[in-house]
Design a binder for this molecule. Structure first.
Ligand SMILES: C[S@@+](CC[C@H](N)C(=O)[O-])C[C@H]1O[C@@H](n2cnc3c(N)ncnc32)[C@H](O)[C@@H]1O
Length: 180
């Protein structure tokens, strides 16, 4: 049995790596987590937005769970949902959040989800996805829903507030519907 362990470890590593690579190629978005300063800015933006006490905050593409965890701690009376398509990050995020009662995570494509009950959407995606996401959110969200983007802004939409920290880390707040 013991001689098999290195082979099993290599096989599992290759499987996980391939799974992450395939989902990155398919979605066009890597499974990179928001950094500490970005998370702080996103939380500050949502505090500024004055969400309802029992707000529903949805992270579209919740990755390894970094942002979901920070939001659940910053807004303990809110419900925080995450949707993640990449299986391995999703499983890890389930493990990381099992003790947080205000977090729920779904495995799947957020374009097939229904975020209409959300009070706020957060996302850290890529420029290629933002136009499609904007159209999707315009149809799906109720007017007045807040959207906070990390690093990549919507084109053709004017943010209500922006915090800039250089190339990576620009956090912008939008209010739905977003087109002006
Ligand atoms: C850059 S990561 C951000 C993770 C997390 N939101 C954070 O800020 O720490 C973006 C994640 O979105 C996921 N993703 C991209 N397109 C998606 C889709 N259509 N449905 C679900 N997840 C998606 C990717 O797999 C990736 O894990």
């Amino acid at each position: 049995m013991a001689p098999l362990i290195p082979y099993v470890a290599v096989f599992v590593t290759l499987l996980v790596g391939a799974s992450i690579l395939i989902s990155t190629v398919v979605t066009g978005v890597p499974t990179l987590s928001s950094g500490r300063s970005e998370v702080d800015d996103i939380v500050a933006m949502l505090e500024h937005a004055k969400l309802p006490r029992h707000a529903l905050i949805v992270d579209l593409g919740s990755g390894w769970g970094a942002l979901v965890i920070a939001l659940a701690r910053a807004f303990p009376e809110a419900s925080v949902q995450g949707v993640e398509v990449s299986l391995f990050p999703y499983l890890v995020s389930r493990l990381r959040t099992h003790h947080l009662r205000n977090v729920s995570l779904k495995w799947g494509n957020f374009f097939r989800s229904d975020p209409s009950n959300a009070d706020a959407i957060v996302c850290y995606l890529m420029p290629g996805v933002m136009a499609k996401l904007g159209d999707f959110l315009d149809k799906a969200l109720k007017p007045g829903t807040f959207i906070v983007t990390n690093t990549f802004l919507f084109r053709e939409r004017r943010p209500s507030a922006v915090r800039r920290r250089g190339l990576r880390g620009t956090v912008a707040l939008y209010v739905c519907p977003g087109r002006h």
